[in-house]
Design a protein around this ligand. Structure first.
Ligand SMILES: [Mg+2]
Ligand SMILES: [Zn+2]
Length: 196
């Protein structure tokens, strides 16, 4: 069975951005900045036969906030910044849906929008993963819910780059591990994956 590290994207791989309207995910490629040390987590996994799988909700296109082209360009920018640091994402699964979408073809109650487990289940099927032996790193309560519902070991990264209600919800999440710096992840996953 393959082993995988699931990574949420916004707030974990790339930093949240403070816009005049408040904190949000990057709305344009030039706003992309990596979270400090995330490349070390990814490189560790790359070097230790652990697949790195991005699992992300991106409802911006559905909500009419950006074009698909812009969304794709932001995603590409994140991956190219990581590649510059020799950190490789093996596979990306994105949910573009939203129940309140204004773009009709993306308006749906889907099975893949976290906290639903669809993205993880797709990855498990494609890569023959035993989800019990996988780890999920996220920064929201909904990420942790997703990981817990599929028996992954969960790590929540608590940062302050988000609306206060979301930060508060994150601190309430009952993750297996709670961290305040991404540099804390490698020792944790080094232990976890060694014992799997
Ligand atoms: Mg996030
Ligand atoms: Zn979806």
């Amino acid at each position: 069975m393959n082993k995988a590290l699931f990574l949420d994207r916004d707030g974990v791989m790339n930093r949240m951005v403070k816009y005049p309207s408040g904190w949000d995910s990057p709305q344009q490629p030039q706003d992309v900045r990596l979270v400090a040390d995330i490349e070390k987590v990814i490189s560790w996994a790359n070097a230790n036969s652990v697949l790195v799988i991005e699992v992300s909700n991106q409802p911006g296109v559905a909500k009419g906030k950006m074009s698909q082209e812009t969304s794709d360009a932001i995603e590409e920018k994140i991956h190219s910044f990581l590649e510059e640091k020799a950190a490789i994402i093996d596979k990306t699964y994105i949910c573009f849906h939203h129940p309140e979408a204004i773009v009709p073809e993306l308006k749906k109650v889907c099975d893949c929008r976290k906290p639903k487990p669809g993205l993880l289940l797709q990855a498990a099927a494609e890569f023959k993963l035993d989800l019990e032996n996988c780890v999920l790193l996220g920064d929201k309560g909904t990420d942790i819910e997703t990981g817990k519902s599929t028996d992954c070991t969960t790590i929540i990264y608590i940062h302050t780059e988000d609306t206060t209600d979301k930060v508060e919800a994150a601190t309430q999440a009952k993750a297996d591990y709670t961290i305040k710096r991404i540099s804390e992840v490698v020792p944790i996953i080094n232990n976890l994956f060694r014992s799997i």
